[in-house]
Write a new protein. Structure first.
Length: 518
């Protein structure tokens, strides 16, 4: 009674009293296991569950609860075994099917997870948590309309959990590019729970996507309060544009991907223009190219000992610090290939034949430590096979693709004998930039190489997914961040064929123009 009434400390004292008198009291042992598990004292909890099940091995609830503990311990095989025992005792136990679905989700077996959530709903139709989880799983498979239906039903069943359900539904609406509806859902979630970090962050993405930078950058600071967001605990005061930094030192540091650093390192120059001594922290592959940014006094490579500094700013907070709007984005070229590198690659590529030299990138880098971005990576990447229509008589295609699994895809591909590939000789992004300087055009998905090309002022035709990243805005074929960009966005989720066909047509036209000019 005390535990169900939300008084776990009182319940624990009662259980301890019972077990002192009756050490083999099954219910008391089981409840102690549940309470310890809730407090994340998993090893101690396991001892109580084991003892309870040794005394009574025909209890479906106890097997289910021990299975949940095994999930927390990442012992999924043991969890599955306990779920099987639980369901053998009670084949209609909806909670066991639901938790088994969570176990399958934990090992990225999404189809199997959906099957378990569906079984849970079969035996317990009014189970909003199962609808919510099934919606999340369906979203991983890009079945957005089905996902939306699950969230809608979950909200009807349990309005008291709307802070979670509205946020999840908002994400689906965002993926479907129903941005105003997504914003409405995030607002509902935030009205109920103002400090709901994920909803605040997701709202910022929508605001930025709509070009509402004034509110969007402010809201974007909520990213640091999310459990999944990487944090750095650094000395120096956080600078968001308020203090005078003239005569002071400021350390600008990265947060996540290389693309973010490449896009926003331009702000180092603005910090220098305010009179600051600028230290820029970068990954090693960027170190040499980053030295060409005007105003940077020192490059600090990740892993090196940090020098002293007065202020520090995460790279994605700089647009807020400089009060960036669509009208004042600093968009002149800000990275410069080294002339000697450009000449080196020109010699390796040989004399121009009159054909267009076009670099292609079809896949973004895989981040094994960030499973939350895997689904986005899948949507932004394109199969190399789909780019075959770009093989034209008047075009020399060059691979700009580094990293797995894309390099293996190229090695295993058939019919790409004409694709010229020097990437094995690229040592860093300075090499990439110098090589691109010798090209006429880069055709790329939304990845770091596209940012390099844009930052040096090279024309880029970008293949963009339907649920576009916030930085490319809505329904634009140009970019205020990179004047040389032309954006080809999917007309619907997953439709790369029409994107490639539009690029092929424009490439044919460009070849004809080039041929006339020569």
């Amino acid at each position: 009674m005390a535990f169900e009434a939300g008084r776990p400390q009182e319940a624990a004292l009662i259980c301890e009293s019972i077990l002192q008198k009756t050490p083999k009291h099954v219910d008391a042992l089981h409840l102690m296991g549940v309470m310890l598990s809730n407090n994340k004292q998993y090893i101690q909890a396991l001892g109580f569950f084991n003892e309870a099940l040794n005394l009574h091995n025909k209890n479906a609830v106890m097997y289910n609860n021990r299975a949940n503990l095994f999930i927390e311990l990442k012992q999924i095989e043991l969890a599955m075994d306990d779920f099987e025992k639980s369901l053998a005792i009670n084949p209609k136990y909806a909670e066991a099917y639901y938790n088994k679905g969570i176990a399958f989700d934990a090992i990225n077996k999404t189809e199997e997870a959906i099957e378990q959530y569906t079984l849970a709903l079969k035996y317990k139709p009014d189970f909003p948590e199962a609808l919510n989880n099934r919606g999340i799983a369906l979203q991983k498979l890009h079945r957005m309309e089905d996902t939306l239906a699950n969230y809608n039903q979950a909200i009807k069943l349990n309005p008291k959990m709307v802070e979670a359900f509205y946020n999840n539904r908002g994400l689906v609406l965002q993926n479907l590019m129903r941005i105003d509806e997504a914003l409405a859902d995030y607002d509902k979630a935030i009205n109920i729970k103002p400090n709901l970090e994920d909803a605040r962050f997701n709202r910022s993405m929508c605001l930025l996507l709509k070009g509402n930078y004034e509110k969007g950058w402010q809201e974007h600071e909520w990213r640091f309060k999310r459990a999944t967001y990487p944090r750095r605990h650094l000395p120096g005061k956080l600078w968001l544009g308020e203090e005078d930094i003239s005569g002071k030192s400021i350390f600008i540091h990265g947060e996540q991907g290389l693309g973010d650093m490449l896009q926003f390192c331009r702000y180092a120059t603005l910090a220098a223009d305010k009179g600051a001594r600028v230290l820029l922290g970068v990954e090693k592959p960027l170190a040499r190219l980053a030295k060409t940014i005007r105003g940077v006094d020192q490059i600090v490579v990740t892993g090196d000992q940090l020098p002293g500094f007065d202020y520090q700013t995460p790279i994605l907070s700089l647009p807020l610090a400089f009060k960036t709007t669509l009208d004042n984005i600093p968009n002149d070229p800000y990275l410069t290939p080294f002339p000697e590198d450009v000449e080196k690659w020109a010699k390796k590529m040989g004399p121009k034949t009159g054909k267009l030299r076009v670099g292609i990138v079809w896949s973004g880098g895989f981040r094994p430590d960030q499973p939350e971005v895997w689904a986005v990576n899948e949507r932004r990447n394109i199969e190399l096979e789909k780019l075959k229509p770009l093989q034209l008589d008047n075009v020399e295609l060059y691979s700009l693709q580094k990293g797995e699994p894309a390099e293996s895809e190229l090695a295993d591909s058939i019919g790409w004998e004409s694709l010229i590939n020097f990437t094995g000789e690229f040592g860093d992004f300075a090499d990439t930039a110098a090589f691109i300087q010798n090209l006429d055009l880069v055709i790329a998905v939304d990845t770091s190489t596209a940012h390099v090309a844009g930052a040096i002022g090279k024309p880029v035709w970008m293949l963009n997914r339907f649920d576009t990243c916030w930085r490319w805005l809505i329904d634009r074929t140009d970019s205020p961040w990179y004047p040389t960009f032309k954006i080809y966005r999917q007309p619907k989720l997953g439709d790369w064929d029409s994107v490639v066909e539009n690029i092929r047509r424009d490439l044919v036209d460009l070849c004809n123009i080039t041929e006339k000019n020569t």
